[in-house]
Design a protein around this ligand. Structure first.
Ligand SMILES: Nc1ncnc2c1ncn2[C@@H]1O[C@H](COP(=O)(O)OP(=O)(O)OP(=O)(O)O)[C@@H](O)[C@H]1O
Ligand SMILES: [Mg+2]
Length: 380
């Protein structure tokens, strides 16, 4: 029987991934010590682990995974985890390792070499299902293996933490914020920073600053897709998003109702002013299917297609209707319970459409049409 060594234990610990940062704990300087005490039946191993903060919400997960990993090695009879906390220097080192030494935090998604697709989910009217669509698409894309982040940009009316079932607060490493992970999705929301039940009363510049922090101070790592849940309408936040993330694309959500469609169109047409691309239109609450299979069009019909057609005309580029999501009791209940329906009941009628939309967005390649290539004409 081969006895474990400090080296073999350390090598095995490289398989333990920090749940928030998503890198091996050995790379992050979290493994302080490894002690192997040989005994007659095998070795007793003690692993010293330094957490980023004393109240690290992930400490149980990390302890469990370290224990299970070391326990799985041949010749180990017992494992003890000795938890500690990183010193200020260690935290500063970690921060600069993750983010480089830039003095001012930059928005990674606004850099020229950024490969993350950024979708801003917008609507004219409130209550049409933006947040439900955002949460469900995020979880569906994560299930497809993509690395996904969600920014709840609805600062006054945040609802993303509840829909994704996030109760834990973000961890801070110096001035860097580690977003909680829910159902495989990294999430940040103002709701994680204000005491429960307290309203957010901020003016435009503060909203702008909050969004800036969500994008620049949060450690997102490499994401394939970032989804932003916008507040309804064409307010300050929509403009800030366009300024901070010029390559973000708008996903417009509407109900089939003509009145809702008109305002949705207005929300979509800000893309003309901000030069954002429109990724498509999602019609929500399209119909209610009764047990005998008939479709009751509770909110009328045709709104989604009308918005897509009119926005195509206005922008001169085709804007597709990406899908029609029926009214779905399970979708509502799953959102309230904190596990989006695309995960909780993937075969429900609403979830199926959302999965299709997620696939079509996940497999889109980044187009250059309508984008500034950053070229300046040469004058002769
Ligand atoms: N297809 C659907 N079937 C049943 N219920 C739905 C559907 N879509 C959304 N809902 C429910 O409608 C309500 C409003 O949805 P949601 O919060 O996603 O809208 P919103 O556009 O984000 O609203 P707000 O403008 O307030 O941010 C929620 O309770 C949600 O569960
Ligand atoms: Mg919302």
């Amino acid at each position: 029987m081969s006895a474990p060594t400090v080296e073999s234990v350390t090598a095995a610990l490289a398989g333990v991934i920090d749940p928030e940062i998503r890198r091996p704990i050995t790379e992050l300087g979290m493994v302080r010590s490894v002690d192997v005490a040989p005994g007659p039946d095998g070795a007793a191993v003690t692993v010293g682990v330094d957490l980023t903060t004393a109240g690290c919400p992930m400490k149980d997960t990390i302890t469990r995974e370290v224990t299970a990993t070391v326990r799985g090695l041949e010749g180990v009879t017992s494992v003890a985890v000795d938890l500690g906390v990183m010193s200020a220097e260690q935290r500063a080192e970690l921060r600069s390792m993750l983010r480089g030494d830039a003095a001012e935090p930059v928005i990674p998604f606004a850099q020229p070499d950024n490969l993350t697709r950024v979708y801003a989910v917008a609507s004219g009217k409130g209550g049409v299902g933006k947040s439900s669509v955002t949460a469900n698409l995020a979880v569906a894309m994560a299930q497809q293996g993509l690395k996904v982040g969600v920014v709840d940009a609805d600062v006054y009316g945040f609802s993303i933490p509840r829909m994704l079932g996030v109760t834990q607060a973000p961890t801070k490493v110096d001035d860097m914020i580690l977003p909680p992970v829910a159902h495989g999705v990294k999430v940040i929301s103002i709701g994680m920073f204000v005491p429960a039940g307290q309203p957010v009363v901020w003016r435009g510049p503060m909203l702008h600053r909050a969004l800036q922090q969500f994008l620049a101070d949060v450690f997102w790592g490499d994401l394939d897709v970032l989804l932003l849940d916008l507040p309804p309408g064409t307010g300050d936040i929509a403009i800030s998003v366009a300024q901070m993330l010029p390559t973000s694309e708008l996903l417009v959500v509407t109900t089939p109702q003509p009145a809702a469609a008109e305002v949705a169109e207005r929300a979509g047409s800000i893309a003309l002013q901000t030069r954002q691309q429109l990724v498509g239109v999602v019609e929500n609450m399209s119909w209610l299917e009764t047990p005998d299979g008939t479709r009751v069009e509770v909110f009328g019909a045709g709104g989604g297609q009308a918005v897509a057609d009119n926005l195509s005309r206005a922008t001169g580029t085709p804007v597709r209707l990406l899908g029609q999501i029926p009214l779905d009791l399970e979708l509502r209940a799953a959102g309230d319970a904190g596990t989006p329906v695309t995960l909780a009941s993937p075969d429900s009628p609403g979830a199926r459409v959302l999965h299709e939309i997620a696939s079509s967005l996940a497999h889109r390649s980044r187009g250059l049409a309508g984008r500034s290539l950053g070229l300046t004409p040469v004058t002769r």
